[in-house]
Design a protein. Structure first.
Length: 492
């Protein structure tokens, strides 16, 4: 039977609540904006507060008899060809933890691409799952990592046949994609589930010219951040399920373990509205975005000192399998400066916020919300950046290690290192010690060193020189990295 995607259960329930003029004697305490601070009301507007109510006992009755959330999730599942969908108001950082723990438990093995987000490492710390790290594919010329290959996961399963499943990040924040079909086949030959952290891929199901998305490729669980490439509000996330290798009751239970008992109806509304928008107009909107991205990419290539990474840069033997063109990743090394300095200059002088910034790149993420006006602002700012490149020289350069030096030994479980007896030592004395904290350049949020790994000199020099060059490492107990937190008594 055809599903009516013009429906929006959460938005419709919100409208009914407002029309009913219900007087609430429940949280939230601002009582439909009446008690909110005047300045907050002025800045945010009262509409935010009018839509901020309890999910149960507000949006729906206390027993959930209207099935508001359940119907919204079912519509989302239908829109993206999943069997089950679950909404999360705690971001994909929660969703990926729920997905991991639905596959593996304490001390069980899980194959994980080492380019995983910090939220995956947090899940390891909380759960005690034993990671088996699968190395990403490293482009030594461009100094960038791409998702691990299916062959690398095959080898990892052969060495660890007791692994409970696999987790891969695709697309990366740079838009590089794995061969998810091949990965799913590797897992399913062993009756093991594949979890895909597709936080950057909310848009992928809705246009045929975009890379294949996880559910269509045969993945079992897929985690997506609607707020990244979609129209949802920050923290809006969904996770999808297909097949019978992971039970929906288990996945929901794991999400309940981490989730809040006070979910934001505002975020639910954003998720519900995004699904409706994409189901009805996704192909049209994303088609326009892809056309715009092609024009923007061509225009940036004409700017002195700038190069836009494209399929030829990212895809091929030993690199990525596919490529999303909407994250417009710009190499600024031709300007003789770093991505850190370029991003800071654009914000200070042109009121333009770049997304990612690393030692040689910035990223200008385009979505269906962009148009010729915003593209023009970006291009004018980049031309101005090029004209002022001399002002940004010389830029301190991080000491980026060769691929072999980036790979650290996992000396103990992340959980054991994080909760062990620790001390802070000078960074110059940290090589050979087992790190007890995440050291995560952010964004994109992929740890260079994580709890339980034994530090070496090249990685310590990379991080400390990176901070001097403008890298942000907010997880560290000392973000300036004068000191690093390590296990007591553990030396190389």
């Amino acid at each position: 039977m055809a599903v009516d995607h013009t429906q929006a259960p959460v938005l419709e329930a919100l409208a009914r609540y407002r029309q009913a003029g219900t007087v609430s004697f429940t949280p939230p305490g601002h009582k439909q904006a009446r008690g909110a601070d005047p300045l907050v009301r002025e800045v945010l507007g009262d509409a935010v507060f009018h839509s901020d109510l309890l999910a149960s006992g507000g949006l729906d009755d206390r027993l959930g008899t209207g099935r508001v959330l359940e119907r919204a999730e079912a519509l989302m599942a239908d829109a993206v060809r999943a069997s089950h969908t679950f909404f999360s108001t705690c971001g994909s950082s929660l969703s990926v933890k729920a997905a991991m723990l639905s596959v593996a438990g304490p001390h069980e093995k899980l194959l994980i691409g080492r380019d995983a987000h910090k939220s995956v490492v947090s899940g390891l710390i909380l759960s005690g799952v034993r990671p088996v790290w699968v190395d990403p594919r490293w482009d030594a010329e461009r100094r960038i990592a791409h998702p691990p290959s299916a062959e690398a996961f095959e080898r990892a399963f052969e060495e660890h046949p007791d692994a409970r499943g696999a987790l891969v990040t695709s697309p990366t924040p740079y838009g590089a994609c794995a061969d998810l079909r091949a990965l799913a086949e590797v897992c399913h030959r062993r009756a093991r589930p594949l979890v895909v952290d597709e936080a950057w891929g909310a848009h992928l199901p809705f246009h045929p010219d975009l890379p294949s998305w996880a559910m269509d490729a045969g993945a079992d669980v897929c985690v997506t951040s609607i707020h990244k490439m979609g129209s949802g509000l920050e923290q809006g996330s969904v996770f999808h399920l297909r097949g019978d290798l992971v039970r929906p009751t288990v996945l929901k239970s794991r999400a309940d373990l981490f989730g809040t008992t006070s979910p934001s109806v505002l975020l639910y509304a954003g998720l519900d509205g995004w699904r409706r928008q994409m189901a009805l107009r996704g192909r049209e909107l994303l088609g326009r975005a892809l056309d715009l991205a092609a024009r923007v990419r061509a225009a940036i290539e004409e700017i002195d000192g700038l190069h836009v990474h494209d399929r030829a840069d990212f895809c091929g033997a030993g690199t990525a399998d596919d490529f999303d063109p909407l994250p417009v990743v710009i190499d600024v090394s031709g300007l003789g400066t770093s991505g850190y300095r370029a991003a800071d200059w654009l914000r200070e002088h042109r009121a333009v916020d770049a997304h990612l910034a690393d030692h040689r790149r910035i990223s200008a993420q385009l979505t269906h919300a962009d148009d010729d006006t915003t593209a023009g602002v970006l291009l004018d700012a980049l031309r101005d950046l090029s004209r002022h490149a001399a002002d940004l020289r010389p830029a301190p350069e991080p000491e980026v290690p060769v691929p072999g030096d980036l790979r650290l030994e996992q000396a103990c479980l992340p959980r054991d290192a994080y909760f062990g007896q620790v001390e802070d030592v000078p960074a110059g004395a940290a090589a050979g010690r087992i790190v007890a904290e995440m050291l995560t350049p952010y964004p994109p949020g992929i740890p260079a060193a994580l709890p339980g790994e034994r530090l070496d000199g090249p990685v310590v020099r990379y991080l400390t020189s990176g901070v001097r060059a403008g890298m942000n490492v907010p997880d560290a107990a000392d973000p300036g990295l004068a000191t690093i937190r390590v296990l007591v008594g553990e030396t190389g």
